[in-house]
Each structure stands twice: as C-alpha cells, then as structure tokens.
Ligand binder design. Structure first.
Ligand code: CU
Length: 499
C-alpha cells in the first residue's frame, strides 16, 4: 500500500513537475516564436513574425504556399496587421529588385463568408503594403488551433538568387486579457473583381475606357463571359461593415465599394491611390487610402455589394492588373444606413513614401537606340528566349546580334522559350515607347508603346499563359518596335518591320 501510495504520489508530483516545466513555456510565451514583442495596454501585444526564409530563385515569379507556424499560440483577436518583406539581415529589398506581387494570409479552419475557396482569406499584402487597421472595439478572432497558410507570389526582377522572409506585425489581444473585453469579432468580406480565381487578374489597354480612365468590370466587354458576376456579393445576413481598403497595381487610380438595394446604388467608399511617384500613376510608390475608424455602414440581407477598379489609360497598358477590396464585417454594433445617412468618404493612408521605392529608373544608359541600329537578319522566323536574353535584337547583346531582326510584309516573328521555362523563369514581350533603353527602376520601363502588343507571360504554369511562344501581330506598319519583359524589366529588345 505504501509503495502504491508512493507511486501514486510520484505520479502526481511528476505530473505536476512536468506541468511546471511545460506551463511556463505555454503561458509565458503565448506569442510563440515572435521575432519582436512589444507590450500594449490591457494585455495586448504587438508581435512581429517572420515566415521563411524563402529561397528566391533567379528571375522567379511563381505562386506558392507555405504553412504559417510563426503565429500566436493562444486564442485572441488581431486588431492591426502590417506586412513586409525582408532580407535575412532585416533590410527591405528595393522594389526594382524584388517585387512582392502578393501575399495572402489564409485561415484554413474557416470558410470565408463570401469565399469561393474552402478557406478564409483574412489579410493580404501587395507592394503598396497597406496596414490593416481594425477600428477600436473590433478584432479578427484567431484560435490557437486555426490552420494558417500563406499564399505568396514573390518576383525576382533579376537573375541573382537570394533569400527572404515575409514578415508581419500584428496587434494581438489574447482572449481573457482586459483588452479583449467587449471586442466584437469581425469577418473578412473579400471583394475581388475576379473573385474565385487563383490568379485574379484582368488587362487594361492603353487608350481604353473613357477620358483616359478604364473601370473594370464596367467598361470591359463581357468580362464574365455571361456567367456569374464575380465582383458582386449578396449579403446573407444583416451586419455592419467596419473597415475597407483597396488593392490595385501601378496605373490604378481607385477602387469603389458599392451597395445596391431596391434598384438604387450607393458608393460606400472610394479607396484612392495616393502616388508618391514623381512620374505619377505608373509605379508601386503608392499608398492606398482606407476608411477612417468612424466609417461604419449597416447592410441588410439581400443588399448587393460590388467592387470596381479604375485605371489610368493615358500613359500605358497595365497587363495582369488587380482590383480587390478587403472589407471587414461585424454582426451588431453601431453603423449608418447608407440610403438614409451620409457615409464618411474621407480616406486615410497608412504609410508615406517607402525607401524601397527610391529607384525610379529612366536615367541614361549605354544601351543603343535600336532605331539607329542597322538591320539584323531578315525573316529569321524565331527569336529564342533564354538566360534572360532575347537571342536576337536584345539591346544588351553585342554587335551584330543586337541589331533588330527584320520582318517583311506578310512574314511574322515568333518568340519562343528555349529553356528558361524549365527553370521556372517566365518572360514577356511587351511593347514600350522607343527607344526603351533607359535605366530600369520602378517607373521605367512601362507598357507605353505607341503601338500596343503583349505576349502575355510565356510559361507552362500559372500565373503564365501556358504558352511557350508568341507571334508578332500581322498588322504592324513599317518601323522599329521596342519592347521589354514585364517580369525582368532590364530585358529590352527590338524588331523592325519593312515593306
Ligand atoms: Cu523575362
């Protein structure tokens, strides 16, 4: 009996001892392996996490996924979210070297309220790096047991490999802390003009739309091919929208979130792009205006929300553009009826000019003006793409291979991938205004050719077109045509058309 008692005692003591070892880890660090921790009022914390490191291949632009294990280890609420991308030493890569096309934080343990995916997209980052700020009194509920996934697309604009972290800084309110008292949970309403597509893009052509502006899907011809209007969502139960902000690409001017009720439409918010870029709406040197904390709008079951994206078309074409408005919705709480009361339309930016956007490009280089070069080979049939070069007519090649190949009337030139695709490197042939030979930066070159042509992204996997070749249009008049690669904008070339 004594022995048994001793054993039982030991079992209890050992269990307590183990608990004592385990407990401090569990309770002392609810933030898990946060890279930086700052205490905020009421038990809330500002936590920075690093996901990765990711191996960034030469010239890459794939869509990829990674589990998010760097995250809070207890239940609570996220009230603020700030994304970034860093080298291993913590510095931020210049945007003309590494381009954060997108990163989306996905909660696999929920189905989003308007999601076409079996998951909830809850925060995202593009190169505009808008901070997600949820007004006081609200929060995105995150459980320790929720499975989180990062969907990311990081472009390497150069042939140089590197390693990067995706980072995110959140204000996190642990459940049970005094700051959590009275917090209303919010859910994201992910409004996207191409909702449900894994690569939700559309093309904006130079000169399209009205008065130099093109709104998608409104100005597009049959954008959804007669099917479901992907930019809309019918509210399924009454709620209150408490925050929204837009995501656009360069060239983008604003996104609109509208509501339709009983045949009437009201604009709920216009998220405007504020460009710091000296050349205007042509680069990622931009911040998006988001709603102010007092913006709260009641919606009813049956209301139809819609998102619309407007681009400038006076300067260039914007291939593979996006239009998204991440909106947060609560069930209950104050808000105005948008059909009876005024909705606060004033927006606020969440950051100023970022240092990673300092190289604007457009300076002098030693590249030739292809218009002044002698003719290259006549009707060669093909231009091969490999090793980040157009193998005929590439401005960076020496004489005479850099001379523009010539197409005579009735002939065509076919650009074809000759090995880069197998390495996961995709290219485009995108017209830009001659001479197209200035220095590469975030605002140069752009797709501003006087004649617009575009190959799409040549490559075998999404986000590429699944085509490995592209043939020049058959309606080009005589002249020298300059072009660049949208994925690796240092790649420049030219061809010539003769009668
Ligand atoms: Cu390329």
């Amino acid at each position: 009996m004594v022995a048994a008692g001793k054993r039982a005692g030991c079992a209890l003591v050992c269990a307590l001892a183990l608990a004592a070892i385990a407990a401090p880890a569990a309770f002392a660090a609810p933030e898990g392996r946060a890279y930086a921790v700052q205490s905020l009022a009421g038990g809330a914390k500002r936590l920075t996490y690093r996901i990765g490191p990711f191996d960034i291949k030469p010239g890459q632009n794939p869509i990829d996924y990674a589990p998010i294990t760097q995250r809070p280890q207890v239940d609570g609420y996220i009230t603020r979210f700030k994304p970034n991308l860093t080298y291993l030493d913590g510095t931020v890569p210049p945007v003309d070297v590494i381009h954060l096309h997108h990163a989306v934080w996905v909660n696999m343990s929920h189905r989003g309220i308007n999601s076409k995916f079996p998951a909830e997209l809850f925060f995202a980052a593009g190169e505009e790096k808008t901070a997600g700020i949820i007004p006081k009194g609200y929060g995105y509920p995150l459980k320790a047991s929720d499975d989180l996934l990062l969907n990311h697309m990081i472009h390497n604009l150069t042939p140089t490999p590197t390693q990067l972290y995706m980072t995110y800084t959140i204000d996190f309110v642990p459940k049970g802390s005094s700051a959590a008292r009275g917090i209303r949970p919010v859910r994201p309403v992910w409004m996207d003009v191409q909702a449900g597509n894994i690569y939700p893009v559309f093309n904006v052509r130079k000169g399209s739309g009205k008065h130099g502006r093109y709104t998608y899907p409104d100005d597009a011809r049959n954008p959804y091919r007669g099917g479901e209007k992907l930019n809309r969502w019918t509210v399924d139960k009454p709620g209150v929208l408490i925050a929204t902000g837009g995501h656009l690409h360069p060239g983008g001017l604003y996104t609109d979130l509208n509501v339709r009720r009983n045949g009437k439409t009201k604009r709920l918010f216009r998220s405007r792009a504020k460009y710091f870029e000296p050349a205007g709406a042509v680069s990622w040197d931009v911040a998006m205006k988001v709603t102010r904390p007092d913006w709260k709008v009641k919606v009813k079951k049956g209301d139809v929300l819609s998102v619309h994206a407007t681009y400038d078309t006076s300067r260039g074409s914007w291939w593979e553009s996006m239009g998204i408005m991440v909106t947060f919705m609560a069930y209950g709480g104050p808000g105005v009826d948008p059909f009876k009361q005024k909705v606060d339309q004033r927006g606020v930016v969440t950051h100023g000019h970022l240092a990673e956007n300092d190289n604007h490009g457009g300076g002098r280089t030693s590249l030739p003006d292809p218009r002044t070069l002698p003719d290259g080979p006549v009707n060669p049939g093909f231009v091969d793409l490999y090793n980040f070069r157009y193998q005929l007519g590439d401005m960076s090649l020496g004489d005479p291979v850099r001379n523009p190949p010539v197409i005579t009337a009735g002939q065509a030139l076919t650009f074809r991938d000759a090995g880069d695709d197998a390495k996961g490197i995709y290219h485009s042939i995108t017209s830009c205004k001659a001479p197209c030979n200035r220095s590469t930066g975030i605002a140069y070159p752009i797709a501003n050719g006087s004649v617009q042509f575009e190959s799409g992204t040549l490559g075998s996997k999404t986000p590429a077109t699944r085509s490995l070749s592209w043939t020049t249009p058959n309606n080009l008049g005589p002249g020298t045509y300059t072009y660049f690669c949208r994925i690796h904008p240092f790649m420049r070339g030219a061809f010539r058309v003769k009668q």
